[in-house]
Design a protein around this ligand. Structure first.
Ligand code: DCP
Ligand code: MG
Length: 413
């Protein structure tokens, strides 16, 4: 790292690495509020279908769908903070949410808009700090270690430079998108991911290693990214509820219950230690599209309807591939039956493709390998083994060119 002037806090110099985690506030809901500013401050839930599109009346006012009128088995994708105050959160069934917040406004999900805003906010951050790891639609890590000025104190505040850069990033995002975000800045990704949540929405949280006991140890273990519901429940059984209790736990006990490597990681994580770098070029492993049906469908009795949905998913997937500039070789399907049993199948093509018909054919062939006597509640199509058109390996000798995209008799639905 370039030699920087030794700046110091009350208790020592700034850490060598300064890593930020930025997470957009109530992302999908906030994008919708840009379109419908009259909804600001109200309980708003995103997760409806096209039918829930607001209607503009002749006098120019808008009429919104209400949660109380919803029927179906859709789920909340996200909710505004006002809706969260009423106990409505991501992944909750919409009908259950309606019991808690019947007057909440329901809006359809518009992924294209969210993806557009996602690109915009990431580009805005890149103008201030270019070393970015993309972690999904609404969050990124940013390596701020070498951002000019970050280590300069402002007045008596040794963290003045850090605060200034954080504000600059937030302002840049706001100017580009009209949206607010929350940022955590710490010596590593693990702590920053926790820190960005501590002052949501519209927050900046800076946390140094010496503050771990005071600010991280009181938190529940599930705040650590990597401790999921299962590990969390097991730790609870062992009487370990907070990160501090985890830090103090007997390593032998942890090894006994979690195995060598996860136990070692738990110990490190509880002490806020993490040296993973910010990885700037991550390529997606696969791209997928799936849909949950309004009512369970049967392969035979609802063949036409299923066929149309299946084809549309493949077309959307092909469009995703094209937009993102990928070809894929392994086509997979995911089926969920009544009772939540999930089945997947996949098939690897001779050559990578981006073509909806070729994906549809391969997905159809996968489908033939599944017993379809039970009703379906979800259907998904996925493509993996991704490559860029330019860097695709030369076709193997004797292999055929990619199948022409011609409609043909498709198997099953
Ligand atoms: N999302 C989803 N399904 C979930 C959780 C989230 O589709 N189970 C979507 C909707 C969110 C977006 O991902 O808007 C980002 O997820 P976050 O967990 O960051 O949630 P929010 O941005 O909505 O809220 P917060 O302000 O808590 O970050
Ligand atoms: Mg978010």
């Amino acid at each position: 790292m370039a030699a920087s002037p030794p700046s110091s806090t009350a208790s020592g110099p700034l850490p060598q690495r300064l890593i930020a985690h930025l997470d957009m506030d109530a992302f999908y809901a906030s994008v919708e509020l840009l379109r419908y500013p009259d909804l600001k401050g109200l309980a708003v839930v995103v997760g409806g279908r096209r039918a829930h599109e607001p209607k503009t009346l002749p006098d120019g006012t808008r009429q919104y769908a209400r949660l109380r009128d919803y029927t179906g088995r859709g789920v909340v994708t996200t909710s505004s903070y006002a809706a969260r105050d009423l106990g409505v959160f991501s992944a909750m069934g919409l009908m259950k949410a309606a019991l808690r917040a019947p007057d909440a406004i329901l809006l359809p999900t518009d992924f294209d808009a969210y993806r557009r805003y996602s690109r915009l906010f990431k580009a805005a951050v890149a103008e201030v700090a270019p070393v970015i790891e993309d972690r999904g639609i609404d969050e990124i890590y940013i390596d701020l270690s070498d951002v000019p000025g970050i280590r300069e104190p402002v007045g008596h505040d040794p963290l003045g430079g850090v605060r200034a850069v954080a504000r600059e990033i937030k302002n840049s995002v706001l100017r580009a998108t009209g949206l607010s975000c929350s940022i955590g800045i710490t010596p590593n990704k693990l702590l920053s991911k926790i820190a960005s949540e501590l002052d949501k929405p519209d927050g900046i949280t800076i946390l140094l290693a010496e503050e771990i006991p005071a600010r991280i140890w009181p938190l529940g273990v599930r705040k650590i990214n990597g401790i999921g519901p299962k590990a969390g429940a097991k730790l609870l059984e062992l009487g370990i509820e907070s990160v501090g209790e985890l830090a103090a736990a007997d390593p032998a006990l942890l090894r006994q219950h979690f195995g060598e490597s996860y136990a070692a990681w738990l110990h490190e994580a509880a002490h806020g230690r993490d040296d993973r770098p910010v990885v700037t070029h991550s390529e997606p492993v696969s791209i997928s599209r799936e849909t949950t049906f309004e009512r369970d469908l049967h392969a035979k009795h609802d063949r036409a309807e299923l066929g149309a949905i299946f084809t549309r998913l493949c077309e959307q997937l092909a469009a995703d591939l094209e937009r993102k500039g990928y070809l894929g070789r392994t086509v997979g399907i995911k089926l969920r039956f009544e009772g939540f049993r999930t089945v997947t199948r996949d098939l690897t093509l001779e050559l990578p493709t981006q073509d909806a018909q070729a994906i549809r054919r391969a997905a159809g062939a996968c489908l033939k390998r599944v017993d379809l006597s039970q009703r379906l509640r979800l259907l998904g199509v996925r493509i993996g083994s991704l490559s860029r058109p330019g860097d695709a390996a030369a076709p193997r000798r004797g292999s055929k060119p990619a199948a022409p995209s011609r409609a043909e008799n498709l198997p099953l639905f």
